[in-house]
Structures are given as C-alpha cells and as structure tokens.
Design a protein around this ligand. Sequence first.
Ligand code: NAI
Ligand code: MN
Ligand code: ZN
Length: 323
Amino acid sequence: CVDQEMPTPKEGEALIKIHCAAVCGSDIGAFRGTNGLVSYPRVIGHEFYGIIDAVGEQVSPARIGERVAVDPVVSCGHCYPCSVGRPNVCTQLQVIGVHRDGGFSDYACVPAKNAWRIPEAISDRQATMVEPFTIAANITAQLQPTAQDIALVYGAGPMGLTIIQALKGVYGVKQVIVVDRIAERLQMARENGADLTLDNQPLAEQLAQRQLAPTLVIDAACHPAILQEAILLASPAARIGILGFSGEASTLTQQSITSKEISIFSSRLNSGRFPLVIDWMEKGLIRPEALITHCMPLEQVKEAMEIFANDRKTCCKVLLQLG
Ligand code: NAI
Ligand code: MN
Ligand code: ZN
C-alpha cells in the first residue's frame, strides 16, 4: 500500500482518474516482492481505464474528460527498436505499473500519448481489458494466422484465452486446439472459442490419433520444456510463438527446427497495438466480458490478489473498481 501525494502532470503527461483496473499474473509477483523488476514504494497495476482529469504542457486541454485506456509501454522513441516500430523492447523501456507508478490507485500520471481514447460503444469494463488483449494482438501480428491454420495453444489461463479469442474471432482460424492440465480451464477455453481441448498427458499421442499436426503453436503456459515439445509436434513449415520469461534452459536441437524449417517468434508486451485492439472491440470481434469472472472495489485489492492466485479453477480476470 502506497500513500501518494496527488500527482501533477508534467509536460506531455495526462493525469488519469482511474475508474477500473485488472489484476494480472505479474502483479502477484510484484505484490509478493518476487518480481525483480519492481522496487518499492511502487503503485502496481498495468491494466487500467479512466478519465483524463488534467493535462500538462504540450497536451491539448480538449482531452480533459476523455475516456482512456493506458498503454503501459513507455519508450524513448529514438533507439534502434523504437526506430523499427518495436517500442516494447526499447533500450530505455519503462513499464507503467512496474518501473513507474500504475493503476491500483485513484490517480496516475502517464505520457498523454499512452492514453488511448475509448469509443462510447466500449464499456468501462471492456476498456480495462484492452491491455491483456494487446498481448494476443502482438504475438498474432508476428505469427500472421490464416483461416487454414491448425493452431495449438498451450495454456488456458487469461493469456491463452485472449489468444484463442483472437485466433477465432479476428483471424478465423479453422481449428484451435487448446491444452491445459486443469479441466475447468479447458471448459473456459471452449467457452472462449476452442474447437478441441486436450489434457496434456500424452499430447503427442492425442494429436497423432487425430492425425493433427499443428501449423501454428502458441505457448501461453510458458514452461521451459514446452518449446521442445512444440517443435516436435509441429507441422513442417509451422510457426511457433513463445511468451515466457523463464530463466531456465530449454533443450533444443538445430535438427528438430531446421529439418522442418520452423519459424520461432517471441513477443513481449505490445508494440503500439492499442488502436488495433480497440478496433477489434468496437467491431465485436473479441468478447472481453467472457474473461471477467470477478469484480470488487479497490479496497479489496489484497483479497482480489488472493483469489486470482489461488482460485485457478474459477477465476480468470479480476477487476478492481474505483469511485
Ligand atoms: P496462468 O498461469 O494463469 O496460465 C497458464 C496456464 O498454463 C495454466 O492454466 C496452467 O494450468 C497451464 N499449464 C502449465 N503448464 C502446462 C503444460 N505443460 N501444458 C499445458 N498447460 C500448462 O498465466 P497467464 O496469466 O495466462 O499467463 C501465461 C504466461 O504468459 C505466463 O507465464 C506469463 O508470464 C506470460 N505472459 C507473457 C507476456 C508477454 O508479453 N510475453 C504477457 C503476459 C503474460
Ligand atoms: Mn498484464
Ligand atoms: Zn527506445
């Protein structure tokens, strides 16, 4: 808990009166003090929605009162990754809610260009879910799914579910197969559009029986052993996308990759995908409400974190409401 002075927006910044924030797995690590990137005191929370309350110099006062979702990626704008449209891996990267104060608070000051206008058709609750969907938008932008793909998604947690929704709702992928160890999460996967769900005990056999060789694999479970298995199971010419941050080694051979000419992509946060996801929501291509299982006032943040961390069978996204 941080007692904050009311922040004043500096040049180029907007002061956001926060209305709603969502809990993410990385907040749990920050809360418990096991996330090495976070130092205290810090206001965590990088998935949030609010209304512009004040602006600093160089920001149009006409923006006061605007409904906005905040992109947590703050970048320098001129390093190599920034110059090639990859601000999410800026050499000076600062993530709101990690390196700078974030959304589990009444107010936050953020660069005004990180505050994206939310159209009327999108509710406050949906707007809070833009950031998690940008993770799906970023990895799918790299993988370029097509209708003909047979996709295999590892993990039916919040990340897996946003990815399933994007694969089906945005890209119209023919078959989306989802693997997880928790039956209740496989049920959620089906509710979010999965065509086939499998528990991961002998996955290779389950796929072989059905003569399925995935052409697109996304690892949203992120155990270091998965990449090796994904390479083995994938069709020749498949693309694989990874999202994990484990420091443990994955064991791979060149032969397993090169003999099938497999492409491996990785994705971190998002590179300017807020307008894309807002467009998906406006067009009704994705259903953020399907992921929201809990909603409580910010005062209950500790309880929210506990439910999120421990109740993996029924909990997906927890929203925290303010005001
Ligand atoms: P989560 O922990 O709620 O979901 C992971 C799911 O994978 C669980 O349902 C679990 O039962 C399942 N699982 C674990 N091992 C498995 C295995 N071997 N085979 C099949 N299923 C398995 O986590 P959440 O929030 O969905 O995030 C997933 C991962 O994505 C995390 O590791 C997180 O660090 C990472 N992440 C990466 C981001 C990026 O930008 N690269 C952004 C957000 C999350
Ligand atoms: Mn998140
Ligand atoms: Zn940069």
